[in-house]
Ligand binder design. Sequence first.
Ligand code: FES
Length: 110
Amino acid sequence: MSGFLRTGKRRTTQAGVTLLPSGRTVWVSSGSSLLEAALAAGEEIAHPCGGRALCGACHVIVREGCRSLSKVRKAELERLARLDGKKSLSRLACQAVLGSHSVTVQLIKQ
Ligand code: FES
């Protein structure tokens, strides 16, 4: 749970991200994107647009913990609508931001 210490300094909450198919889990700060988590885990995940929801190359499917992720915004929704293989739990890793609970995501090889 996030919050402030008595000193007034903000505590950093960490959340676990498990990446399939490798099964690697990485712990990152809440507020990080799934793309940042995947890169921190050493996974190969394409992101040619630099995380601006323009290319769709960072498409992932959330297997567990979707409620811990930020809501889908308009730019992501529009890009997802044009992707082949889109599922109801599809997200763009560059746009999905972690909350305080762990998630499991399936990486989609492009
Ligand atoms: S990196 Fe291009 S849409 Fe996510």
